[in-house]
Design a protein around this ligand. Sequence first.
Ligand SMILES: NC(=O)c1ccc[n+]([C@@H]2O[C@H](COP(=O)([O-])OP(=O)(O)OC[C@H]3O[C@@H](n4cnc5c(N)ncnc54)[C@H](O)[C@@H]3O)[C@@H](O)[C@H]2O)c1
Length: 418
Amino acid sequence: MPKPLTIACIGCGGRGLIYLELASKQPKRYQVVAAADPCESRLDRAERYSANPDFRRFRDDTEILAEPQLADVMIIGTQDAQHKEHAIAAMKRGYDLLLEKPIASNPDDIAEVHLLARRLGRRVMVCHVLRYTAFYRKVKSLIDSGELGDIVSLNATEGVEAWHYAHSFVRGHWSVAAKSSPMILAKSCHDLDILRWIVGTKCQSLSSFGGLMHFNQRNKPNGAPARCLSGCPLGDQCIYNADRYLTDKKRWLFISPLPEDSNESDFREWLHNSPWGLCVYQSGNDVVDHQTVNMLFKGGATATFTMTAFEENRHIEIFGTKARLIAGDRIKKGYGCDILVKPHADNKEAVTHCIGQSDGGCATHMGGDASLVDALYDEMRGKDTSAMTSSLEVSVESHRMAFAAEESRLSGQTFHFE
Ligand SMILES: NC(=O)c1ccc[n+]([C@@H]2O[C@H](COP(=O)([O-])OP(=O)(O)OC[C@H]3O[C@@H](n4cnc5c(N)ncnc54)[C@H](O)[C@@H]3O)[C@@H](O)[C@H]2O)c1
């Protein structure tokens, strides 16, 4: 039996803990040996998942990286603006990385991480979880099979969903671009990455439009206080009322650093003081709530992408010379299948494909987190690094598309890649 891959983690928040929990379910392949996070309750969970009597806990990146290399792979699960520093320090200490997206928050920092990984020969797997889903793998295999003919046009939509948007991008960590990342990078780098992967050629040019239309002061209802729990007179009518964190939206409280045994009054107190209790029309947020990107790929295929706060889940349409493919949440709701392929020939019937629920279906991350952790072993141990599914190499390219889209949105100019 080959040796298990040993794993350590810097940043045991929502993402870090998901990966640690999934890895701990495969003890023959993975051993979680150490973790760092300033939050004790998160370290407790990491230690519980590890089930390793020699598990080591550290207060932060500096403490864990002051030690000699403790594991084969370091998960970088901290916030966007910290990735560059933590990735570089961990690579210098000898670790290969499972690096949360974005690789870093600006193109120069990404280039620095990329160059260092090359120079040191480190493997870096970027958490582009969608590439690992059964759903997108099936879409890609249908295209690669030639069933659709040449790909001419694509339309993709990412519906963030209104409450999720308000939670993460109005009140949450990704609400101010300068402190984290622009929306097109923070949320939609996955979608640009999938489009690039599916088309199979480089993006040549793109343009983008978008803005923050709804979650701003202009739409603040008269009389709404700065915080929902300060007796908002419109609380009963507002779907974003933070009081819902204590009723039907409790599952979103995972964001809080409070210990697991906290009670309702602890969470109420936390909502009184944290950004998650703010009125969504007065949160100081600036990232867009809707954006479109228009792309031209080498070879002539064109694609459009829409991110909106006001739709749920993902949807994609791919138009080829032999057939069209429609897939995602809308087709699921309408036809009960995940992917529908309709040949242009009149005498050919549409073919449907279902992705089993156990394979992740087509909602949220679509099983991508589990499949990514499944793939981690081979991606880190495989002989051929060019065969990695979401290596730094391929991820850098789709990150560049996201930065170009933001530049185009802000400048109003079409961006041409060299
Ligand atoms: N791949 C995906 O689909 C996906 C989805 C959501 C988020 N993300 C990305 O994952 C990253 C983490 O997101 P999250 O939701 O888990 O955030 P989070 O805030 O829940 O987790 C970050 C953790 O880092 C810890 N931390 C802060 N400073 C630290 C330090 N110096 N040393 C060690 N730990 C430190 C925090 O205490 C926290 O527990 C973000 O960059 C985010 O953009 C990726």
